[in-house]
Ligand binder design. Sequence first.
Ligand SMILES: [Zn+2]
Length: 220
Amino acid sequence: MGDVALSFDNGPDPAVTPIVLDVLARRGVKASFFVLGKNLASPERLKLTERAAAEGHRIGNHSYTHRIPLGDDPKTDAVDSEIAKSEQLIGALAETPKLFRPFGGGGKIGPHLLSRAALDHLVANRYTCVLWNCVPEDWIDQDAWVDRALRDASTRPHTLVVMHDILPRAMSHLDRFISALAGAGHRITLEYPAECIPIERGEIVRDISGFVSSPSAAGD
Ligand SMILES: [Zn+2]
């Protein structure tokens, strides 16, 4: 048994996010939502993130378009068009410190996560960068992800699970997942494992070299 933090990426989604919020409320569980700026451009979806913040969940930035991991993105204005533009839409709903989760492309961790410019931006703007240590691939098998996540949670003291509040079928298992976590004696927490936080309030607190592309690969 250990600590487990829940996170939901790529939303908000008008069909799925309300269901996720209802389950979390019923279970008395707080979680983190790493939202996409392009979704918040819709007032209807922005309301869902406002609801999540009002209900005590943490709101973080997960880029604007979620198209190309920042370390692979050749665009010189990617920091502005992906991080800053999204942060502007999150506005007052942002956590203090501001949270940024890079897009991994299938949950992979590696130097494609950040460009040097993105790293500099996160440091200069005092972001906390939130990675993950459990990707049960709820988008690949929308049923079996629960067992994979439970297995991961049983193997380490502090697990940060990535789920997606855009997948109706996968999220139909959320209540059962939370119940199974509790049944296994895990404690659900808003706190993140230290190993998942390479940058804290703009301070680089862990070896970041494995998460940042080399300048030539980033095209600058
Ligand atoms: Zn994502």
